[in-house]
Design a binder for this molecule. Structure first.
Ligand code: ATP
Ligand code: MG
Length: 294
């Protein structure tokens, strides 16, 4: 069994048939972390990722955009911390998208994301993203009012139009050398309840809990519907969604790491070759350095 085989199962390849209710947040592909197999696979995946990132950086043509979406306490932070742990910080940027500022609200809904896209050679991680525009904004209609769209443009078709705009945006990025991977960390309502209780119980985690989280939890079904709809509407070969079981954090990390390894491997990146005149010049530089007096 390889990490890539496991990962494939969670990529949404037939969006028309996608049903969130058919995805089990507790799924671990029959593995347990106590078995050394799972640990070894994760460690191997992380090692490969380090090497692949170096190639991505040296090649300097592709960029990778990772979108992380989830309900509260599903483990976005832990994925960022663990999966990205060995990477060269120069080549990775993390951006967290919170409630938009007044300036951001004065622009189109993709504006703030467009400013934070990764440069060539880099991996960009969006901790929440423009998908909040078809999630929290859909679940809370008053947030749409704050966007001050002309009335004629804020009708019932707006979500469908946003899906189309998002797909257009992602296609544009893909055509310009950005590989996009979108992860929905799918936690169960019961596991979220336990994690919230843990956060309240443990002094070191208490700061993570906000009363707003309880309010959003009450809207669970509305969020599920919004997630299902957006996954059906915005899964594309150039920007696939992965619905990652998130009741076991180690398994979530493994799937995300595996998906990244697979994607980067598929780019077939190599270190730039130095040949001909440039190689000769290098050899001359080496010779001069050797002859230098200490
Ligand atoms: P944590 O796991 O630490 O709670 P978080 O991503 O939930 O991390 P918070 O600061 O708790 O971060 O919450 C950010 C909030 O901003 C979320 O409730 C999210 O829905 C909201 N948000 C993000 N983008 C938008 C948007 N475009 N419009 C309105 N609200 C948004
Ligand atoms: Mg939160």
């Amino acid at each position: 069994m390889t990490i890539s085989n496991i990962t494939k199962r969670f990529r949404v390849d037939s969006p028309d048939k996608f049903r969130l209710a058919e995805c089990d947040p507790n799924d671990c592909h029959g593995l347990t972390i106590d078995k050394s197999e799972a640990k070894a696979m994760l460690a191997e995946g992380l090692e490969q990722l380090v090497e692949l990132q170096e190639r991505l950086y040296a090649d300097d043509r592709w960029s990778v955009l990772i979108v992380l979406q989830a309900m509260d306490a599903a483990g976005k932070d832990s994925v960022i911390k663990h999966v990205m742990s060995g990477l060269n910080p120069q080549g990775v940027e993390v951006h967290s998208f919170k409630q938009p500022s007044v300036e951001e609200l004065n622009h189109n809904f993709l504006w703030r994301a467009a400013q934070r896209l990764p440069e060539r050679g880099r991996i960009g991680i969006f901790n929440r993203s423009y998908y909040e525009e078809v999630l929290v904004v859909r679940v809370h209609p008053e947030l749409l009012d704050r966007q001050r769209l002309p009335n004629s443009l804020a009708g019932k078709d707006i979500w469908q139009q946003r899906f189309e705009d998002i797909c257009g945006f992602e296609r544009h990025l893909a055509r310009n050398g950005t590989r996009i991977m979108k992860f929905f960390l799918h936690v169960s309502k019961e596991e979220q309840r336990k994690r919230f209780l843990d956060r309240i119980d443990e002094p070191a985690k208490r700061w993570k809990f906000s009363m707003g989280d309880v309010a959003e939890r009450k809207l669970w079904d509305k969020y599920e519907h919004a997630y299902e709809d957006l996954i059906r509407q915005t899964s594309r070969p150039e920007a696939p969604w992965f619905v990652v079981p998130a009741d076991h954090k180690w398994f979530t990390r493994m799937v995300v790491a595996g998906a990244l390894v697979q994607e980067l491997q598929a780019l077939g990146l190599d270190f730039p070759k130095i040949e001909g005149k440039a190689f000769k010049e290098l050899q001359e530089a080496a010779k001069a350095l050797k002859e230098e007096k200490p």
